[in-house]
Ligand binder design. Structure first.
Ligand code: GTB
Length: 214
């Protein structure tokens, strides 16, 4: 049985933005059952959890002797291990991996920078000047992404591992300024959310949040 770790009480209020959602969604896409070990805040930095995740974070992934951390790497492993998230053609698979790396290194960090500016730096004297710069960088990247996706359903051919990562990264901007300016990207996110596997993963993480707050 596969075991992942997730927040015992997620700060995202059940919105499915914490990164266990990425792993849940990938596992649902390939039809693999899993158990979630729920980690309370007080245990994140304890040695027992750091053995699985050296930075004391979620998610992690355990399958027999194998223990992984880093959601992108976990999705890559799931896609290689089980059919359903990678194309059979070697070149198409290489392109899918390229988009996975592009998401975690060239798209998501800009989005996280905006959250840092909003939530952690808002009391700084320079925060009001910084935010428009951060948002402009996001706009430029989303504009490039939108032009690339164009009228296609998914980022590179069939739905796959890169879409799991990219949709989840873009969901962090859902309903907010930079994303709603790009209808092709909002439609892309909606297509991801409409997938039955996404819905099952979302329901599973929401149930955890609801139980913790009942
Ligand atoms: N690069 C790592 C990965 O992709 O696996 C990043 C893992 C990570 O950031 N984990 C976060 C964590 O464990 C939870 S998901 N934080 C605790 C800590 O660092 O001590 C990030 C997250 C948290 C909350 C929201 N939210 O409230 O909306 C969204 C995303």
């Amino acid at each position: 049985m596969i075991t992942i770790t997730a927040f015992a009480d997620s700060p995202d209020q059940g919105a499915g933005l914490a990164r266990d959602m990425i792993v849940r969604w990938a596992l649902e896409e390939v039809g693999q059952p899993y158990e979630a070990r729920l980690v309370p805040w007080k245990d994140f930095k304890k040695p027992e959890h750091r053995q699985r995740q050296p930075f004391g974070q979620i998610p992690t992934y355990e399958e027999g002797d194998l223990v992984l951390f880093e959601s992108g790497a976990i999705v890559l492993h799931i896609a290689e291990r089980f059919p359903g998230l990678f194309p059979g053609d070697a070149n198409a698979r290489a392109r899918a991996i390229t988009w996975m790396f592009a998401t975690v290194s060239d798209v998501e960090p800009l989005i996280i920078q905006r959250e840092v500016t909003e939530y952690l730096e808002s009391d700084k004297s320079w925060a009001a000047e910084r935010m428009p710069l951060v948002e402009q960088r996001i706009r430029e990247r989303l504009s490039e992404l939108s032009a690339y996706i164009g009228g296609a359903d998914w980022i590179d051919g069939e739905f796959g591992a890169a879409d799991v990562l990219l949709v989840q990264a873009l969901r962090r901007l859902e309903g907010q300024g930079p994303l709603i300016e790009f209808p092709l990207l909002t439609a892309y996110v909606e297509r991801g959310k409409a997938r039955p596997a996404f819905k099952r993963a979302f329901a599973a993480q929401l149930a955890v949040f609801q139980r913790a707050n009942a």
